[in-house]
Design a protein around this ligand. Structure first.
Ligand SMILES: C[S@@+](CC[C@H](N)C(=O)[O-])C[C@H]1O[C@@H](n2cnc3c(N)ncnc32)[C@H](O)[C@@H]1O
Length: 472
């Protein structure tokens, strides 16, 4: 048999073996012109989509929440039913004062646009609903837990408010029976329980479709991927303050590996302007809290503005290094009265001690536990929101893209000025994965060669493996 025929048969055999690989949907191996008249074998592969175990995870969490919310202990105040809000630092109930502040800030942010018709996905015990629904004409609240909905019903005892509220058992990606023209969809402290970004995309796509142009999808309390390591380091330091830095670093890696929740880079949300039809603009905001806790330091809020893509307004951005203190920023506004003052990279004093603690652990130098308690009267999101009090400015506050220390972007616009969210913010360097739960990538060429080796002669192992989206 001529060598060429032999090689063609070998290529067919390699393709059949590759098609049996669990990560391969379709395989083709071609003999292409190669050195010294010998054909080069080139494998072209289409990946088989992989599941991240999403359905099992959602089912597991649903039964976990059902169990949690079925606890009979009735809260003293049904409108402040904080069952399940426990601190990662000591496993105890979170400080009620900090939780009250967090709820109030969230509610104020949602009500700022005066929505009349609202859908809430994952409403839990009705912490937000009981405060937002009284200001609305209609409020649809869903949760996958029946026990949650029972508790949420108790959170709105006033008949007049209860009449405006409709509670429905639904998974977050199921909007059947819900209206398609509301002013806002609220998804607060829920997305960390989604199995992966694909599930989140599905939920957000449904939410954007349910909102009329000009309305908002409000995604709150998102766990921050840029601060993921700092968060776990802060827990390790708080729980094992006497451990050596190396032991603490190892504990941080263990905690990162075992963290089952979805932790997301803000770049995922800013990218939705390009990815999700109907998203006109995106804002990523820190919570302007006074209390220093895991919610105020390591989580952020997102607003998806729904409608036609707006023209982006470019403004000149200055570096925060040009200003020694937040007071210097106020002086500039009060004295120079610029139309726009846009400053990027303002360090966050709230999270700064935790950031330097993690840096010290990585350097292997001993550290002291970072302090909890009230934040210093320094550059915090709260301080920045008050900086221009009494001056004719509106503020857009965001997180600086690409930074792993929680730094802020702030742009003060002299009234009336452009729509705040249409202002272009600096884009950071690309940072790699957008979440901590990415499906595994396709196997490498070395792994595929090793897979074929027991079955094929060495010269029939393809010289190149090329991944393509669809069979060529
Ligand atoms: C931490 S609680 C937040 C409750 C409420 N949004 C708030 O801010 O107070 C999370 C809620 O999301 C619900 N949840 C989690 N994953 C969900 C999913 N895939 N579909 C529907 N509800 C979900 C849980 O049952 C729980 O009530």
């Amino acid at each position: 048999m001529p060598a060429g025929v032999d090689r063609t048969a070998g290529a067919r055999r390699a393709a059949a073996l590759l098609a049996d690989h669990p990560r391969v949907l379709h395989a083709q191996v071609d003999v292409e012109a190669g050195d010294a008249g010998r054909g080069r074998l080139v494998a072209r592969l289409t990946p088989r989509p992989v599941s991240t175990g999403g359905a099992e995870r959602v089912a597991h969490l649903q039964s976990m929440y059902e169990l949690l919310y079925s606890k009979t202990d009735a809260p003293a105040d049904p409108a402040f039913d904080v069952l399940g809000w426990v601190s990662s630092y000591d496993g105890a109930q979170m400080d009620p004062a900090a939780l009250h502040e967090w709820v109030d800030l969230t509610v104020a942010s949602v009500l700022a646009s005066r929505p009349a018709r609202v859908i809430e996905l994952g409403c839990g015990t009705g912490l937000l609903m009981s405060r937002i629904a009284p200001h609305c004409e209609r409020y649809w609240a869903t949760d996958f837990s029946v026990a949650a909905l029972r508790r949420a019903r108790r959170a709105v005892p006033e008949v007049a408010v209860a009449r405006r509220v409709r509670l429905l058992q639904r998974h977050a990606d199921d909007l059947t029976g819900l209206p398609g023209d509301v002013d806002g969809v609220v998804i607060n402290s829920v997305v960390q329980y989604f199995p992966d970004l694909d599930y989140l995309r599905r939920v957000l796509s449904g939410a954007v479709h349910a909102v009329r142009p000009g309305g908002t999808v409000w995604v709150g309390d998102v766990r921050s991927l840029p601060l993921h390591e700092v968060f776990h380091a802060s827990v390790v330091t708080a729980t094992s303050p006497d451990a050596e830095p190396a032991a603490r670093a190892a504990a941080v890696l263990r905690r990162l590996a075992f963290d089952q929740e979805l932790v997301i880079d803000p770049a995922f949300f800013t990218g939705l302007v390009e990815e999700l039809p109907g998203v006109a603009g995106v804002e990523v905001r820190p919570k302007p809290a006074v209390h220093r806790n895991e919610l105020s330091m390591f989580r952020y809020d997102v607003l998806l503005h729904v409608g036609e893509r707006a023209a982006v307004v470019d403004v000149p951005w200055e570096d925060a290094d040009a200003y020694a203190t937040p007071g210097a920023l106020r002086d500039r506004l009060a004295t120079d009265r610029p139309d726009i003052l846009a400053v990027t990279g303002i360090p966050d004093a709230l999270v700064a001690p935790a950031v330097s603690d993690w840096e010290a652990i990585r350097r292997g130098t001993p550290t002291r536990p970072w302090c909890t308690g009230p934040a210093p009267e320094d550059a915090t999101a709260h301080r920045l929101t008050r900086l221009a009090d009494g001056l004719p400015y509106r503020l857009r506050l965001g997180l600086t893209a690409g930074r792993t220390d929680g730094a802020f972007d702030a742009v003060w616009v002299r009234q009336p000025g452009p729509v705040l969210w249409s202002i272009a913010v600096p884009t950071g360097p690309a940072r790699g994965p957008l979440s901590n739960r990415m499906p595994p990538g396709p196997p490498s060429s070395d792994e595929l060669a090793a897979y074929l080796r027991p079955w094929l002669a060495p010269d029939l192992i393809p010289n190149a493996f090329i991944w393509q989206v669809a069979p060529g």
